[in-house]
Design a protein around this ligand. Sequence first.
Ligand code: IPM
Ligand code: MN
Length: 356
Amino acid sequence: MKKTIAVLPGDGIGPEIIAQAVKVLEAVAERYSHEFIYRYADIGAAAIGSTGDPYPEVTHRTCMESDAVLFGAIGDPKYDNDPKARVRPEQGLLKMRRALGLFANIRPVRPYAALLDASPLKNGIVEGSDFIVVRELTGGIYFGEPRGRNESGDKAFDTCVYSMEEIRRVAEVAFGYARRRRGRVTLVDKANVLATSRLWREVVTSMQKEEYPDIVLDCLYVDNAAMKMVSDPKAFDVILTENMFGDILSDVSGVINGSIGLLPSASFGSGISLFEPIHGSFPQGAGRDIANPVATILSAAMMLEDAFGMHKEAEAVRSACDDAVAGGVCTPDIVPGSSYGTRAVGDYIAGKVVGS
Ligand code: IPM
Ligand code: MN
């Protein structure tokens, strides 16, 4: 098969981890006789530097003309410490999610047997957990209007808005996953306080009754869900939640498998899909060959499977990642003091794929 991939390395460690994912994709191309064409484009601080826009039109066009988008990371401390900055790198990611209509973000969590000790949680709590977070990605407080400051500048406001249709379409994705998994959806909200959460409950509860009676639905308040995620993660199968709660809970889920550097994600919508690690740009690690490339490589595996229908190829990549983790071929976030750097881990996984 021949596929065109828009590659957006972004900021911080983005270029280094993306280089490893591309290396592994090249190994897949060689082993299974595919051809991948990579079209690189700027996003985030890199794009602000060259065009003034964190998601320039040319990047959008590159994405739209490709079969899938592979994205690294975004964010630069130069902007974090300047609350008055008018353009921020993160706006590029948000603009891209909106422009590509990526309303559903899938974040799977499953700890590696070899890494049970890497989690600060007790083995017995972590072992056997296997769930996915389905996060709504283009609505809620991230995008609601009005937002900003009042005229005198002494007040700031953000608005959380959801329509029934926005809830419905992402809930369909979550129910669909539950049908292919263990048949359980947990809706996470704050319906005791927020009107938007009450709308989520209304829509999702009636969908379960009318269209998904085979799925068990339960509803949890987000504060309680955060506690349960670290005290009893095995209770979850598919977590369905709004944008901001999903952002927070998916970082919490990084604790379960020992490193956020291992968690991939996929975003789906009406057209093209996007694949990215859930972690950030780790600016302190940039250029030091210490960043964990596995989350990005696993995101590329999700791309092979979900965007291109390449199941055995995706499995080969996942199993090469398993081998790396099981064999201790890991960056220092997982094996403290490890002599394996970002590139060496990428080389090992690519080598395993070619030899598989
Ligand atoms: C994520 C990130 C982004 C988000 C940031 C970088 C805007 O934290 O993908 O989880 O909040 O969605
Ligand atoms: Mn996040």
